[in-house]
Design a protein around this ligand. Structure first.
Ligand code: GUN
Ligand code: ZN
Length: 776
């Protein structure tokens, strides 16, 4: 028996959040291995449960009624009514570098590798291509509820860098490595020598293993593509770096097994090829294991090695039927999880993988119930990777990666699960009918990392308390508009992400974009666009006058006035006070002021659910929405630094979302909505001190403008532009625009470029064009 220790784990406190996360719902996890005890014994279930985590680690999981009182004061409990909260799924075998060739027709393993896989993997020598697919891959696995994966990258170290950059930024517990291969494939994909493969792997171990939650996996691709020397150096690497993992393919296809026999005539069998080089043990995971004899099973069991059963792949490539009965024999069990094996596998969903595993189990005379299937996809996979006790369970002490499943996600699921009388049956229905639609939310390291149908900005509950639903980071993108050139292509703002609408404003010779970044620290960050270079300068944390980061929550508004750039925002979910600061580039006063509470002249603190700023007639105007929906306004004297008293916008006007304001010609314009999904507008005239009544925005044909989110307005050339968000019939979000002309009124709404956008965007005119920054 190999006595290797389980992978060494860096403490995750540095990357965890310092706040408490508490979610309420039905808790489900597995206390033991149901194949070795029984499903009844293994299943842990708390019908009305509370799951609490701190610093990314689970601190309590139990009945809500027992735990709620012990929560730190001010903790927000997110209630997932009628939903199941389970450990995040663990995918112990997947190739992110094959995402794009998923579902390639026709061939079996060896031809499929040469015809489809290898030509795609060579593209990952390009770091930009690798980054694109690393990002896409992470988005996709999170939307499927997968929080830990063991990932094959390509031969090139840059393909590993791209993945770990993405997973560490998101705080994910992911293991990955560069594939080692030095024969039987196109030369541009091969390692030049075993020594080079060894050295590159070792450099990657030093660079990534233990950084955040990253783990390195030494990855000899499979015996067909590795010489004895390559396998030997992989084994040496593993013994020199305890705590790393090993991953390889094993006995997937009969032709492959025959080739291995011919290539390694001195070895007893395929497992012996790996064991001979010290590659078996705890933390070594072998994918497929379809064509195995009894001796091979015994060796895997005796050494504590793990297996990834990849049913969608084995069926898709015609590889064969995995023998779950052999793998899970109580006398000599092998740690087993379910791998998606995309691109050989046809889905990144572990629920779809359970579905196929069940059918393969039926053919092997081992029907598996809901408990066994979900065990394999959570704690089973974690155990195969040697990560039991770390992930794959809701037991306190585990890392806070979990998934919220919706048993009524689709009509069919809803009617099927309405009849479920046991939790096991509920799980079984989800295993067979579930996919990414059934994943209501995914949490990584105690923070929300994916949310189905995110809806944000000023969404009050019945008591009017809640101001925004929590939302998740989306990459920021931008495009621009010129009256003769039209809308430009949609481009990325490099490395900028935000969970809420950014605030965009031209100030002096630059365009500023302020936003939060919950991947980092939930504080304000900013980007600057330089017109001379036509590029965005790196995203960085905004620091106040004392050099400290500024905590921030929810959308914010930015405006320039009298040589300063101002913002108003909220600092925390539970703090409804408005805060403000200003920025100046001038010598002597350069930098941001301290972040302060907006206070009326008599010292009263101003509270709001959302606010918007603009400069008009020499003063900064702030129009806000109180928590009860009323529209209020106040002004700021940029010289004295004083705020006026706060007053009602007349007419008892209310808005269901944050109002937006902008000066246009000689008036202040305010656009708001009244909860009917249509936009309204009104004006203020400082000369008379009067507000107009609020009217519906209507195109020339009298049609109203429908939107589900806060719009953005700005003056540009001779018009007031309004950009707003709509979801089309397929659920994609698109941006639209209309503009106001004092004589002609509002124009007929048209699409603003081709971008697909999440809610949350802002616009500003800047040196010619009109810029729009939005959440992708
Ligand atoms: N065997 C060697 N490489 C691969 C691969 O990329 N996918 C699968 N399914 N099997 C392999
Ligand atoms: Zn594979």
């Amino acid at each position: 028996m190999n006595d290797r220790t389980t992978p060494a784990l860096a403490p995750s406190a540095t990357s965890g959040c310092s706040t408490t996360t508490a979610v309420r719902g039905s808790l489900v996890w597995f206390g033991t291995d149901p194949f070795l005890t029984s499903s009844e014994q293994a299943l842990e279930y708390v019908e009305d449960g509370l799951l609490v985590s701190q610093n990314g680690r689970i601190t309590a999981a139990g009945p809500y009624t027992e735990l709620a009182d012990g929560l730190p004061t001010g903790t927000t409990v997110v209630h997932y009514r009628d939903k199941l909260i389970l450990p995040g799924f663990v995918d112990p075998h997947v190739h992110y570098v094959q995402t794009r060739i998923i579902g390639a027709y026709g061939d079996q393993l060896l031809d499929w590798l040469h015809n489809h896989v290898y030509p795609e993997e060579v593209r990952f020598a390009d770091p930009a291509y690798a980054r694109r697919f690393a990002k896409l891959f992470c988005d996709q696995i999170l939307r499927n509820g997968t929080t830990t994966a063991l990932v094959n990258c390509a031969t090139y170290p840059v393909s590993v860098d791209a993945l770990f950059e993405e997973t560490t930024r998101r705080g994910m517990r992911v293991a990955a490595g560069k594939v080692l291969m030095d024969r039987n494939a196109r030369p541009d994909l091969l390692d030049a020598s075993p020594l080079q493969g060894y050295e590159e792997s070792e450099a990657l171990i030093r660079k990534w293993h233990g950084v955040g939650r990253s783990l390195y996996a030494i990855t000899p691709r499979f015996a067909v593509a590795c010489t004895d020397e390559m396998l030997r150096s992989a084994g040496e690497l593993w013994s020199e770096h305890p705590g790393t993992l090993v991953q390889a393919h094993l006995a997937e296809n009969t032709r492959e097994v025959r080739e291995v026999r011919a290539l390694f005539p001195d070895r007893k069998d395929y497992v012996d090829v790996y064991e001979h080089h010290g590659l078996l043990g705890r933390g070594a995971v072998f994918a497929h294991a379809v064509h195995m004899d009894k001796r091979e099973w015994r060796r895997l069991s005796a050494t504590g090695s793990g297996i990834a059963h990849c049913p969608t792949s084995n069926l898709f490539l015609g590889s064969g039927l995995f023998a779950m009965r052999e793998a899970r024999k109580p006398k000599r069990p092998v740690y087993t999880g379910l791998g998606t094996d995309v691109g050989g596998g046809t889905s990144l969903s572990l629920m779809q993988t359970m579905n196929e595993a069940y059918k393969v189990g039926q053919l092997g005379l081992l029907p598996m119930d809901g408990t066994k299937l979900f065990y394999l996809a959570t704690l089973g996979g974690a155990s195969a990777m040697g990560l039991d006790g770390v992930v794959g369970s809701l037991a306190p002490g585990n890392e806070a990666d979990f998934v919220v499943l919706d048993p009524s996600a689709t009509q069919l699921l809803a009617v099927r699960t309405a009849e479920s009388e046991t939790v096991d049956d509920l799980l079984f229905a989800l295993a067979n009918l579930g996919d990414d639609r059934a994943v209501a939310a995914t949490y990584v390291n105690g923070r929300i990392a994916h949310e189905r149908d995110p809806c944000l900005d000023a969404k009050p509950d019945r008591a009017g308390r809640r101001r925004w639903t929590r939302s998740l980071n989306k990459e920021l993108r931008w495009f621009r508009f010129e009256e003769d050139a039209g809308w430009s292509k949609d481009l990325e703002v490099p490395n900028a992400w935000s969970p809420y609408a950014p605030g965009v404003e031209a100030y002096k010779s630059r365009l500023y974009c302020l936003h939060q970044n919950t991947f980092q620290d939930e504080s304000l960050w900013w980007d600057v666009y330089d017109k001379d270079t036509g590029s965005w300068r790196g995203d960085r944390a905004l620091h106040d006058a004392l050099g400290a980061p500024v905590p921030s929550y929810g959308p914010l508004s930015v405006s320039h006035a009298n040589d300063h750039l101002y913002y108003v925002h909220h600092r925390a979910y539970s703090d409804s006070r408005l805060w403000w600061a200003r920025y100046n580039t001038e010598e002597g006063e350069a930098g941001w002021s301290s972040d302060q509470v907006v206070k009326e002249a008599d010292g009263r603190e101003v509270r709001a659910s959302g606010a918007s700023l603009t400069v008009y007639d020499g003063r900064l105007y702030c129009v806000l929405r109180r928590e009860d929906g009323r529209l209020r306004w106040l002004t700021h004297d940029t010289r004295s630094g004083e705020w006026s008293a706060e007053r009602d916008v007349p007419g008892g006007l209310t808005s269901s979302r944050t109002p937006v304001v902008e000066r246009f010609k000689d008036r202040l314009y305010c656009v708001h909505d009244r909860g009917d999904g249509q936009l309204y507008w009104l004006t203020y005239d400082s000369a008379s001190g009067r507000w107009s009544g609020s009217r519906r925005i209507e195109g020339p044909d009298g049609a109203p403008v429908h939107t589900s989110y806060t719009p953005a307005i700005t003056r540009y050339n001779d018009y007031l532009y309004c950009v707003f968000h709509q979801e089309d019939a397929s659920g994609w979000g698109r941006l639209w625009w209309t503009r106001y002309d004092e004589e002609k009124g509002w124009s007929r709404p048209e699409r603003a470029g081709n971008a697909i956008s999440s809610p949350g965007f802002d616009i500003s005119a800047f040196h010619g064009p009109l810029f729009c920054v939005h959440r992708g």
